[in-house]
Design a protein around this ligand. Structure first.
Ligand code: 5GP
Length: 201
């Protein structure tokens, strides 16, 4: 049996990554979930070990030193990182794992595991992205401008990703990602053992 895919989705703030990922999980409940470690404080009803493993900066740095964090990034002043053991355990069992990472995080995983499939989620237009960011109603004009500048920098990294999917419609975008995952399973490199077995019959 081949290892499960490590499907990592990135995209600018406001693109709707969380919603598309929630839809995908509903469509494909077998997806494994990698629970990241973070040094940011829990928000609302977030619970330790559910949305994240909440750590102090010192605890997070100790995990890095132990080699238990396979990739990490600093986002808005806080650490976010992927714990190694659960990820390789799930993939090693043949289970596909879905991750929501920063651009640097997806690209780092790609360097580390052949099973990684990186997907960049694009907004249909920058105008639409701005209106989604403004529509949240929580950000000042200045913060929206800052996020838009950041979004452009991130979109400039899209050529480094394996796939680009436009979030024009949540259901459609989730279906497109599900189709990518299916096609990735059919790659010869992932089916070569099956071919060899048939040839040896
Ligand atoms: P939030 O604070 O809104 O939950 O997450 C902020 C950002 O951190 C999101 O864009 C998410 O993609 C990213 N993120 C969450 N976990 C990880 C992780 O383990 N590694 C990296 N590189 N980014 C992460």
């Amino acid at each position: 049996m081949s290892n499960g895919l490590i499907v990592s989705i990135s995209g600018p703030s406001g693109v709707g990554k969380g919603t598309v990922i929630a839809k995908l999980r509903e469509m494909i409940p077998a997806f494994g979930q990698s629970i990241s470690a973070t040094s940011r404080a829990p928000r609302g009803a977030e619970k330790d070990g559910v949305e994240y493993y909440f750590k102090t900066k010192e605890e997070f740095e100790a995990l890095i030193a132990e080699g238990e964090i396979i990739e990490y990034d600093v986002y808005v002043g806080n650490y976010y990182g992927t714990p190694l053991t659960p990820l390789i355990t799930m993939s090693g069992k043949g289970q596909d794992v879905l991750l929501d990472l920063t651009v640097a995080g997806s690209l780092a995983l790609k360097e580390k595991f052949d099973e990684t499939v990186t997907i960049f989620l694009l907004p249909p237009t920058l105008k639409e992205l701005r209106s989604r960011l403004t529509g949240r109603g929580t950000e000042t004009e200045e913060l929206v401008d800052k996020r838009m500048a950041q979004a452009k920098t991130e979109i400039a990294s899209a050529p480094k990703f394996d796939y680009v999917v436009t979030n024009d419609d949540v259901d459609r975008a989730a279906e497109e990602i599900a189709a990518i995952v299916e096609a990735e399973h059919a790659r010869y490199v992932r089916r070569s053992k099956e071919v060899d077995t048939l040839l040896a019959e």
